[in-house]
Design a protein around this ligand. Structure first.
Ligand code: FAD
Length: 390
């Protein structure tokens, strides 16, 4: 590891790997630092993406990234009523170990230098001179100087805080999740399932995402301020016991998802945040992979251009912030409003909603129609639903 680079990217998840790739393509000298032993391990994700939005980033998706194609979805009401959804949209269950590893590999092929087991534990930014990043790499302490730092260090991000950005997530908007990869599940492998209940998953939902070969990612998320009432790991074990007695759990993971409104500031002098570190998650679904890819790519490109222009001021880097806010950020704000309305429904209202929609012919049981019936008393939000889901 050298002591000087143009751009240091902290974290080799989807946001960091895309940022490093895009920055290296501009000709910048890029250092990508990952604290774990390999990009993609451990997986703390249910690995689901909407196929349409994912293909906007990767039109040719390698088959090796796909574990399972999803063509159907079923929503489960607290009463146990099952609501199959009519949707034109399809989903992909990714192999994130492989996917994240390949993204990091792409970044390296584009010229970025990747170091694993490299934990960034401090940063100091001097607006005039540059950023200094403190790295513990294996048993060595290294100080690296850069023109720009991109913090792509995930939900537990410290880079933003070190740089003076307000990254604290309100507890109610930080979903606490628990998940297992388990099998055998006797379910159609092309169908994902969502369970809603204010008692089992207050402020969140449970999911079953089939991964093929009779395996599935089964997990649930609970609003951070309701964890005392519903501890995610215990709730998940109870859920498994109820729905899949005898199932074998091959791996388990816990993690947080920032399901909040868009952050106002994601850049400052010589600093940019991308992905979960910048709270760029769809707050309604908790999905953050595609947003991390889009944001990382944009941040890396603009960082590279700023280096070429020798202007890494907040004003210059704000092009990234503005572009994000005017595109995906608007969508995130809409989804946040919808989340607040939907997760305020109690079990009784959810059951009534399910029964109402079940009375519709199948082709009318669309996500938009579910929102229309759920938001009858808040019609201004229906437009948000139309914009988010079309
Ligand atoms: C249980 C669960 C299920 C989920 N399911 C889905 C889903 O189905 N679909 C979806 O789209 N999203 C899902 N998400 C969210 C998704 O995983 C994230 O939004 C996505 O991974 C964000 O990518 P990222 O690159 O911003 O962060 P991450 O993928 O978290 O990557 C951050 C990287 O930074 C590294 N790092 C952190 N700190 C340092 C440091 N100090 N020094 C060096 N390296 C550091 C970490 O080791 C990590 O590799 C889920 C999340 C959870 C917790």
């Amino acid at each position: 590891m050298k002591n000087q680079y143009d751009i240091v990217v902290v974290g080799a998840g989807p946001a960091g790997a895309m940022a490093a790739h895009a920055a290296a393509q501009t000709g910048a000298r890029v250092l990508l630092l990952e604290k774990d032993r390999q990009a993609g391990i451990p997986v703390r994700c249910a690995e689901g993406v909407g196929e349409g939005s994912f293909r906007k980033v990767f039109p040719q998706v390698p088959e090796s990234w796909i574990c399972q194609r999803i063509t159907k979805a079923v929503i489960h009401a607290p009463s146990g009523a099952e609501l199959p959804i009519a949707s034109r949209h399809t989903g992909l269950l990714l192999d994130r170990k492989r996917f994240d590893f390949d993204l990091a590999h792409r970044a390296v092929q584009a010229g970025a230098e990747l170091f694993v087991k490299a934990n960034v534990h401090g940063m100091h930014i001097d607006k005039a001179k540059g950023a200094q990043v403190q790295v513990r790499w294996l048993d060595r302490e290294v100080t690296v100087t850069a023109q720009v730092v991109i913090g792509a260090d995930g939900v537990e991000s410290r880079v933003g805080r070190w740089g003076g950005l307000k990254t604290v997530t309100p507890l109610r908007d930080l979903d606490a999740c628990a998940q297992v990869l388990a099998g055998p599940v006797d379910l159609a492998m092309d169908t994902c399932h969502f369970y809603f209940s204010e008692h089992v998953t207050p402020g969140g939902y449970a999911w079953i995402f089939p991964k093929g070969d009779g395996l599935a990612n089964i997990g649930l998320g609970v609003s951070g301020d309701r964890c005392a009432d519903a501890r995610p790991y215990a709730q998940l074990q109870a859920f498994l016991h109820q729905h899949f007695p005898g199932i074998r759990q091959l791996s388990a993971t816990c993690g947080g998802v920032p399901c909040c409104a868009p952050m106002k500031k994601i850049v400052s002098d010589r600093l940019m945040l991308a992905g979960d570190a910048a709270h760029q998650v769809n707050p309604l679904t908790g999905g953050g992979i595609v947003n991390a890819l889009i944001a990382g790519r944009l941040a890396g490109k603009i960082a590279g251009q700023a280096v070429q222009e020798n202007d890494c001021s907040a004003e210059r880097l704000r092009e990234y912030e503005k572009t994000w806010q005017q595109t995906e950020g608007v969508r995130q704000a809409r989804a946040f409003r919808l989340k607040q309305a939907m997760f305020s429904l109690n079990d009784e209202r959810l059951n009534i909603l399910a029964d109402t929609v079940l009375n519709l012919p199948f082709e009318k049981r669309t996500i938009i129609n579910i929102f229309k019936y759920a938001l009858l008393k808040k019609p201004s939000l229906i437009w948000d639903a139309v914009k988010v889901f079309t």
